[in-house]
Design a protein around this ligand. Structure first.
Ligand SMILES: [Zn+2]
Length: 170
C-alpha cells in the first residue's frame, strides 16, 4: 500500500479530506477541506477571485450591438446580402437580420463573438452602387450610433466618418 503524501499532511488533516487525497498545502482545495493554514486560505481566496472575475467576463461576453449593426449596414450598402454576411462571418443569417433592423428593434445585447465576427467581415469594393432603401437603413443605424455615442461620451460616428457612412457614390 502506497502511503506517499500522508506525511505532508499528517497532524493537520481534517476529517473531510479523503484518505487518498493528493491535495497539498498551498492548494485552494486544501482550505476547502478545512485547512486553516494561511497559505491554503490565501490560495482559496485567489481561486474565488478568479471565479468571480471569470463570471464578470461572462457578463461582458454580451455587448452593445451598435458597432456590428453599423458594420452590417455598410456591408449591405456595399452590395452584400444578409446571407452573404452570414456566410462571411460564419454566424446565423437570423443574427445578421436582427442586426440589420432599425435601432429600436435590435437586440439590446448580442454575443461578443457575434459582434466580432461581423466586425471582421472585410468591406467589399466600393464599385457596387447602393440598392434602393439602403441609404435609409444606414441613416437609421447612424442615428442609433449617435445616441450611443452621446451616452458614452465618445464619437464613433466621427471616427468612422464619411468613409464608412457617406451614402453618395464617390
Ligand atoms: Zn493546507
Amino acid at each position: 500500500m502506497v502511503t506517499a503524501g500522508q506525511d505532508q499532511t499528517a497532524g493537520t488533516r481534517p476529517s473531510r479530506r479523503p484518505t487518498r487525497s493528493r491535495v497539498r498545502h498551498g492548494q485552494a482545495s486544501c482550505a476547502d477541506y478545512g485547512c486553516l493554514r494561511a497559505g491554503c486560505r490565501q490560495a482559496a481566496l485567489r481561486a474565488r477571485r478568479r471565479r468571480d472575475s471569470d463570471r464578470a467576463q461572462g457578463l461582458a461576453a454580451r455587448v452593445d450591438p451598435t458597432p456590428a449593426a453599423l458594420r452590417a449596414a455598410v456591408l449591405v450598402r456595399r452590395g452584400m446580402s444578409a446571407q452573404d454576411i452570414a456566410d462571411a462571418s460564419k454566424i446565423a443569417v437570423t443574427s445578421v437580420r436582427r442586426l440589420l433592423r432599425p435601432p429600436g428593434r435590435r437586440p439590446v445585447r448580442i454575443a461578443r463573438s457575434t459582434a466580432e465576427a461581423v466586425l471582421g467581415v472585410p468591406l467589399p469594393r466600393r464599385d457596387q452602387p447602393p440598392g434602393p432603401g439602403r441609404g435609409q437603413l444606414v441613416l437609421q443605424v447612424r442615428l442609433g450610433e449617435a445616441v450611443v455615442a452621446r451616452a458614452a461620451h465618445v464619437a464613433p460616428v466621427d471616427r468612422l466618418g464619411d468613409q464608412a457612412l457617406c451614402t453618395s457614390g464617390h
